[in-house]
Design a protein around this ligand. Structure first.
Ligand SMILES: *Cc1c(COP(=O)(O)O)cnc(C)c1O
Length: 378
């Protein structure tokens, strides 16, 4: 039964209200449209939200991760430990510095980096751990920082999916080493494109600021010097203005996500054809909701299931493919190397979740999803 006049529900969608649109338009009308006062205000607001720690904004989290690695001096000959199942940017950011991403398996329940596997992967060349807080559920920071300290490693937390998450009441980003956020439209708050780094001290924030903008420092005589090989990954003011109003609604967005996810759990918990993600506690910010399909019990492939749901007006996604089986990063790796990462990558399906969805929308997704799974199982 095709979804005649029901609206299409994508798996992710930004929440933009008319006030935000007016504020962005006002920023354009001000004619100061690239980095300026709005970026400074956005960085200050992000810093306030994260316990006053130094923050710098970037044009994307991908750029931010690369700058973070360069800031701590990662380069050729170094190794950085990355989960085998996370977004491509994590491996690319490491490789673009000249260092080698070393993959490790993920925990089958939390889908976060397996810290025992990470410990086994440490070599004399290892410089940093770069775990992702998967889907918004934090990787246990006490275990993470104990491991880092024991081996004298830096940590770059990929919190692209975890703004608004907390661990035992402490916000991700408000403690620890360098923490990276993304403001891509699929993330919990958006600046269209954009990212930010939170630093343990102002000294490294200043290094990152130079790497972000041509390696420039200003001299007392009014001229400029170039002191490092800088790039260009600054965030424009237009984007920062949107970020400010998005950040003001972050806690509300996370709360709605909890309510919607609660309904997914009610409706799908007992379903024998899929297994639900780690539920966590209220520290989970639920950037996305991705059950694993019990494909071994189903006649239809994931692609067929996705296509059928699409015909019913329901968008789905895959978060994410296994990094060690990609063409670029597959050298020396084989299927079976990281079984949990591979099982998740092969069976994960991201269902619609964003703050403008309603409980009846979630019911509609669940009705169709359950139906499609039953069809695939028969
Ligand atoms: C989105 C994402 C990134 C990259 O963010 P961009 O702002 O799109 O560059 C990095 N890591 C993870 C886990 C992500 O989901």
């Amino acid at each position: 039964m095709p979804a005649h006049n029901l609206p299409f529900l994508p798996f992710a969608r930004p929440t933009l209200d008319e006030t935000m649109i007016t504020e962005v338009a006002d920023t354009l009308r001000s004619l100061w449209i690239t980095s300026g006062p709005q970026v400074i205000a956005f960085e200050r607001a992000l810093s306030d939200y994260h316990g006053g720690r130094p923050v710098r904004a970037f044009s994307s989290a991908t750029a931010a991760l690369e700058v973070a690695l360069l800031t701590i001096g990662v380069g050729p000959g170094d190794e950085v430990i990355v989960p085998a199942q996370t977004f491509f940017a994590c491996a690319n950011a490491v490789a673009r510095t000249g260092a080698t991403p070393v993959f490790v398996d993920v925990d089958p329940i939390t889908r976060n980096m397996d810290l025992n596997a990470a410990e086994r992967a440490v070599t004399p060349r290892t410089r940093a751990l770069m775990p992702t807080h998967f889907a918004g559920w934090p990787l246990d920071p006490s275990a993470l920082y104990a491991l880092a300290q024991h081996h004298q490693l830096r940590v770059i937390e990929d919190a692209a999916l975890a703004i608004g998450s907390h661990w035992q009441g402490q916000r991700i980003g408000s403690f620890g080493d360098i923490v990276s956020f993304s403001f891509h439209p699929n993330k919990t708050i958006t600046t269209i494109e954009g990212g930010a780094l939170v630093f343990p001290d102002e000294r490294e924030a200043v290094i990152a600021e130079r790497l972000r903008f041509h390696g420039i420092v200003r001299l007392p005589d009014g001229t400029r010097d170039v002191v490092v090989t800088g790039g260009k990954s600054n965030l424009p003011d237009v984007n920062a203005r949107l970020g400010l109003s998005q950040l003001a609604r972050l806690d509300e967005f996370v709360q709605i996500r909890h309510t919607l996810v609660g309904r997914y759990f009610e409706r799908l918990q007992e379903n024998p054809h899929c297994s639900l993600p780690c539920r966590g506690d209220d520290g989970h910010s639920w950037n996305f909701f991705a059950p694993l399909l019990a494909l071994e019990k189903l006649r239809h492939s994931r692609k067929q299931i996705m296509d059928t749901l699409h015909q019913h007006g329901i968008g789905t996604g895959i978060s994410y493919e296994a990094l060690h089986l990609t063409t670029r990063y597959g050298t020396g790796h084989h299927p079976g190397d990281f079984p949990h990462a591979e099982r998740i990558a092969n069976s994960t399906l991201t269902l619609p979740l964003y703050p403008t969805l309603t409980l009846p929308d979630i019911d509609r997704v669940c009705d169709r999803f359950i139906e499609v799974l039953e069809e695939a199982a028969s």
